[in-house]
Design a protein around this ligand. Sequence first.
Ligand code: GLN
Length: 189
Amino acid sequence: MTVGVLALQGAFVEHESMLEKLGADYFEIRQKKDLERPFDGLILPGGESTVMGKLLYELEMFESIQKKIRSGLPVFGTCAGLILLAKEVENNPSYFGTMSIRVKRNAYGRQLGSFCTEQEFKGIGRIPMSFIRAPYIENVYDDTEILAQADGKIVAARQGNQLVTAFHPEVTDCLEVHTYFLNMIAENR
Ligand code: GLN
């Protein structure tokens, strides 16, 4: 099993070290030709969704990734990655628009919006959650399932092969969410 990690901007190295700890093969997706290599799952890291969105278009990678996600490639989006997948982004354009969620960017405020908490994640149990200028999910629809909430806000969800978290499991010691994603990939193969 090989995971492609979108490595244009943001916290991709942290995801890679989680995959290393779990013994999963991965490679970085930095340019169009990287998308020709076969991979079984894709990680869209945290960072700045507007910058990543812009680079995806400029590097002519947008359509091909969108097509792969639409055809069922398992994908895990954290924070900005969650925003890239959302069908609706409040006051902002959407990007891939593949997941039936409505999100609010910088939902906890821009400067003071970083905090940690511990909450229940469906199918895993209580895990640490680190939020960095995070969005939250205002609403899920169609067959999107809510996996976690913090302070009454939806912070993790799944729809088919798409998994998103508003928090950053890759900056904690908790390997459970990445394990959950690798299981999604294994079930899909
Ligand atoms: N605020 C960022 C955005 O809107 C997301 C922050 C993050 O990924 N840590 O894209």
